[in-house]
Design a protein around this ligand. Structure first.
Ligand code: GDP
Length: 445
């Protein structure tokens, strides 16, 4: 899969940092060298690699001390942050025009996936209540017009195709006519499919620039095949100079691309990656999120979320205490309640427990842990006496009936909570064995 190799290489790099109490300059340099090699092998452009590794090195040597993270985790987090940065930082959405129609022009090499994208984008927009019009302004590539008609039909959207294409017709004129047509028929988005060539050429650029001039699009999306490798930089630069664009679409991310194009284009051009295409079907398409892509590359999604949650939620002292309680089997329903109240603001307790190393076997039970039940759970625990909370074994049938009544829940719910608590405590005890505090200094990544 795309990035597969990069992911493996980075994982190996991080593995070498495991168990280090403190990183020396030599450790950091070694790590940076490995990251550099991994990125170059993934076809990331040299200038991007240099920038990236420079920043990682600087930050790793700097004093970003976080009590909650060990050095290896800190490096992972720095690499993650910097990946998000080179992928464009914040996700950006389509800017819709104040006065419809919003005009979106697609540009890119032949075979990049523009026509397919036109279908995907229009289907996605239509599902969101828009009334897109596809415009067949690729009059060069054999069958491009028919192909656009086919995808329009599949997507259930309108198409404007007055010329047969296959080398005939004027794409600038078609684009202008399309604007009038869209206004008349009240289409609120116009998507213009333009011609590409197999390689960058001057005539193609001029034509695309002329279409751009004629219709003044709100967005020009540069579609680039993720498999293109090192050529990504030259191609992207040529399109930026020749037509310029407001956003990038990565296509064929489902393939075996090494991922360099994806990692280079946003930072080389300063334009955000807005969408990702991940297959030939019209639904194989999604808005692009730099942060999600970075976690995917690092294959550490859960761990990173845990790192963040841990950082925000716990101070070290407290986590030590909790771990101690787990290890010695003195974790009570009171602690459970307290943890839950802390986590409530952080989102999912289910997610939190699910991310703990060693918790895999618990996934199924955890899946039954519905977040919306937290409030009810609170009510149940609060209806218990102090003694019951520290010694759940006391909870016999009649006590459970009383607690259910007191908390406005049912005995079944009380039973379920007690079971869950017992399972969680058991799991945590296993996790905490060996005296290593597992939250949040989770030990080895
Ligand atoms: P255009 O010349 O830029 O309009 O490119 P097309 O839209 O015709 O796409 C070229 C080829 O790539 C077609 O066979 C598409 O089915 C295929 N294609 C487009 N996008 C994707 C994608 O995201 N994944 C895969 N696997 N194939 C794609």
């Amino acid at each position: 899969a795309t990035f597969g190799n990069l992911t493996d290489r980075l994982a190996d790099t991080f593995k070498n940092l495991r168990g280090k109490g403190k990183l020396s300059e030599a450790d950091v340099d070694g790590t940076v060298r490995e990251i550099r090699r991994a990125l170059l092998e993934a076809d990331v452009a040299l200038e991007v690699v240099k920038q990236f590794t420079g920043r990682v090195r600087e930050r790793a040597l700097g004093h970003e001390v976080s009590a909650a993270l060990n050095p290896a985790q800190q490096v992972v987090q720095i690499v993650n942050d910097e990946l998000v940065t080179i992928l464009g930082g914040e996700a950006r959405r389509i800017q819709f025009a104040k006065n419809p129609p919003t005009v979106i022009m697609l540009a890119g090499l032949q075979g990049a996936g523009k026509t397919t994208l036109a279908g995907k984008l229009s289907k996605w927009l239509a599902a969101d209540g828009h009334t897109p019009l596809l415009v067949a302004a690729d009059l060069q590539r054999p069958n491009a017009v028919t192909q656009l008609q086919v995808v329009a039909e599949q997507a259930g959207v309108a198409v404007f195709a007055p010329e047969p294409g296959n080398g005939k017709g004027d794409p600038v004129k078609v684009s202008k006519q399309a604007m009038k047509f869209a206004k008349d028929k009240q289409h609120d988005v116009v998507i213009i499919d333009t011609a590409g060539r197999l390689g960058v050429d001057a005539e193609l650029m001029k034509q695309a620039a002329n279409i751009r001039k004629a219709v003044d699009p709100d967005e020009v999306l540069f579609v680039i095949d993720a498999m293109i490798g090192q050529d990504a930089v030259t191609t992207a630069r040529a399109f930026q100079e020749g037509v310029d664009f407001t956003g990038v679409v990565l296509s064929k991310l489902d393939g075996d691309a090494r991922g360099g194009a994806a990692l280079s284009v946003a930072s080389i051009t300063g334009r955000p990656i807005m969408f990702a295409s991940t297959g030939e079907g019209l639904d194989d398409f999604e808005p692009f999120h730099p942060d999600r892509m970075a976690s995917r590359i690092l294959d550490l999604g859960d761990i990173l979320t845990l790192i963040e949650t841990a950082q925000k939620t716990f101070d070290e002292e407290e986590s030590r205490k909790v771990a101690e309680k787990f290890a010695t089997d003195t974790f009570t329903l009171d602690d459970f309640l307290q943890q839950m109240q802390q986590l409530k603001n952080m989102g999912s307790i289910k997610g939190m427990l699910g991310m703990l190393p060693g918790a895999k076997g618990m996934r199924e039970q955890l899946d039954n842990f519905d977040e919306s039940e937290i409030t009810r759970t609170e009510a149940i625990i609060q209806s218990m006496t102090k003694q019951e909370r520290t010694t759940p074994k006391l909870l016999n049938g009649s006590r459970r009936v009383r607690i259910a009544r007191g908390s406005g829940t049912t005995v079944t719910e009380v039973n379920a909570l007690v079971n869950r608590f017992e399972q969680a405590a058991k799991m945590m005890k296993t996790v905490a064995k060996g005296g290593v505090p597992q939250i949040p200094g989770m030990g080895p990544i």
